[in-house]
Design a binder for this molecule. Sequence first.
Ligand SMILES: *Cc1c(COP(=O)(O)O)cnc(C)c1O
Length: 400
Amino acid sequence: MSAIANANLPDAHGHFGPFGGRYVPETLMHPLMELEAEYFGTQHDAEFQRELSYYLKEFVGRPTPLYFAERLTRELGGAKIYLKREDLLHTGAHKINNAMGQILLAKRMAKTRIIAETGAGQHGVATATVAAMFGLKCVIYMGAVDCERQALNVYRMKMLGAEVVPVHAGQKTLKEAVNEAMRDWVTNVRSTHYILGTAYGAHPYPVMVRNFQRIIGDEARAQILEQEKRLPDLLIACVGGGSNSIGLFYPFLEDASVRMVGVEAGGEGILPEKHAARFQGGSLGVLQGTRSYILQDEHGQIQSTYSVSAGLDYAAVGPEHAWLHDQKRVEYSYATDDVALAAFQKLARLEGIIPALESSHAVAEAIRCVPKMSKDQIVIVNISGRGDKDVAQVAARIKL
Ligand SMILES: *Cc1c(COP(=O)(O)O)cnc(C)c1O
């Protein structure tokens, strides 16, 4: 394990070592450069930062607690477990941290229309929420299969005044929804800002989304220093595109004593098209604007993926994670559907917290490794969202 000075990355072109960059058609170069200039302009703009802090506190519900999970800790008999409670945020997941940041940016750029892609619907709901709040028109692209699987979230978006466009191409899931959103953006770029939902895509999205999500780690760091007077030994978070995990990890990257584990979706096991664990058999490639680890066949065709958790079900991973993986700064493991479902139940019954199926993957990793740790060690697990959206899916698999 090496501590690296990652605070300097990405470089000016959005590269994290060999990963990242901007692989888009010519027509998207100008909007991305405009976005980059505006975004970096806000970083030292006191008025923008003041406005963002205000809405994060008064509307989104920050800071979230760092909660000592006493009964889970006792049950596992190892390290002390703290839960970072992103599930308590308005709309139920960490996605709104980024959606709020980007809508303020869109307002600053005088955009009148917002588009976004969504998989499970959490990012769509977060985006529809902030668009309603500021009175901007909102269109959400969602795979037709996901629309069926996540009918509740489709309804929520519509209630918030968004138009939801089902995408019928290909696998009819997240990847196709991203393609449609990019197509829309090219056509309507003068009026429209594209709120991408994870630390993925062409520069500046991965760095921008990370910076909007790093508040998770900034808070957790201050909270654990306050409560335990020292840094944690281990951080655990689930990895879809990679935003909640990089948000937690980033402020600790230069603390060599802090181990970090990102947990991917193991689905039905590590067999072709049965999982979404990019670090288990993924290889270097370009997908949707960036260079990273991708699940693809020998001809470079993107493989289908599978997970019980729609939010982790994507063939590529954010470029910063690819870099941190290759640097061996962050370790990546996976949890299968069954193991994640068992963790889901355990957290509900021991702590009175129903986690999202995505977050249950992180809880599963804690259940696996905490018993091997000593009682004076400290673990922080990111509970990226709440499980209300997953109730129907869990009910179909578990008899109570
Ligand atoms: C979308 C989502 C994820 C996965 O996305 P990341 O960008 O990897 O964080 C994880 N947890 C929840 C609750 C989500 O809604």
